[in-house]
Design a protein. Structure first.
Length: 269
């Protein structure tokens, strides 16, 4: 039995979050015996003892849900490759750069957000005319917190390649630039990979686990953009002004900061 219940609960939840096959089990659902096999400090407990412990830790046997994201059987190996690349960047920051990347769509119509107002009065309105969309691709440097962002009407394979080539330019001294990103097919399209190879690009693309947005800190950049600019924005009928406001928002964060790294979870408390 684990001496610290809080640590025990964390260990248990981490295991239950993963598919049993990620732990070498040829099963699709967890059983008490499986948990005992996988979690070292449970191995001396009886099945009845494990059942009682789960109740103490507020873990219940529940019916599954339809349409749950499929687990990635390479979850651990992908994160291990990313962790190794990040360690190289820490050990040799001049020669190795590590970035996280993602894309985001914003709209001419302001998203509705929460705001203060007098009791009894209607909240401020999020108004806009026609619906126009635009895409942003952005990278965050894990060493400095620098944000590199570029707006385009869309990101097809050609624009994706151009974005990667553009991201490479601020790092002329680097020998290798690792970019961790999701499994969108455009990222790894033959056109993108072949054109990077033709230019002898120093970029190396690393796949994040499938359906695991919590592994990409850029997701928190989008949340910060919503909170500070997009929600209830006043540019519903000023499309050019909105695009410029977003450009300026990223420009202010181009050099990076410890505050941004902390906000998106890349700098410990």
């Amino acid at each position: 039995m684990h001496a610290d219940l809080e640590v025990a609960a964390g260990d248990l939840q981490e295991v239950l979050h993963h598919h049993p096959q990620l732990h070498g089990l040829s099963r699709s659902r967890w059983r008490l015996a499986d948990l005992r096999q996988v979690i070292p400090w449970m191995q001396e407990l009886s099945l009845a003892g494990i059942c009682r412990l789960l109740k103490r830790l507020d873990v219940r046997y529940k019916r599954g849900r339809a349409h749950v994201h499929s687990p990635d059987l390479q979850y651990h190996s992908k994160l291990a490759a990313i962790s190794a690349a990040r360690q190289l960047a820490q050990q040799a920051p001049q020669e190795v750069v590590f970035l996280y990347e993602d894309e985001f769509t914003f709209y001419s119509r302001p998203p509705v957000g929460r705001t203060y107002g007098p009791r009894g009065d209607c909240a401020s309105r999020a108004t806009g005319a026609e619906l126009i969309t635009r895409r942003i691709a952005a990278c965050v440097d894990v060493a400095s917190g620098a944000l590199l962002a570029r707006q385009r009407d869309r990101y097809n394979v050609k624009e994706m390649y151009r974005f990667f080539w553009w991201v490479e330019r601020p790092y002329p001294q680097a020998d290798v630039i690792y970019i961790a990103l999701d499994n969108w097919q455009v990222h790894f399209h033959d056109y993108v990979c072949e054109h990077l190879a033709k230019r002898h690009s120093r970029i190396r693309l690393l796949r994040l686990p499938t359906y695991a947005p919590w592994t990409n800190p850029v997701e928190k950049v989008w949340r910060l953009l919503h909170e500070s600019l997009l929600d209830q924005h006043p540019y519903g009928q000023q499309w050019l002004a909105l695009k410029q406001a977003i450009t300026d928002w990223f420009a202010c964060r181009r050099e990076g900061s410890a505050e941004l790294l902390h906000t998106i979870g890349l700098l410990p408390d």
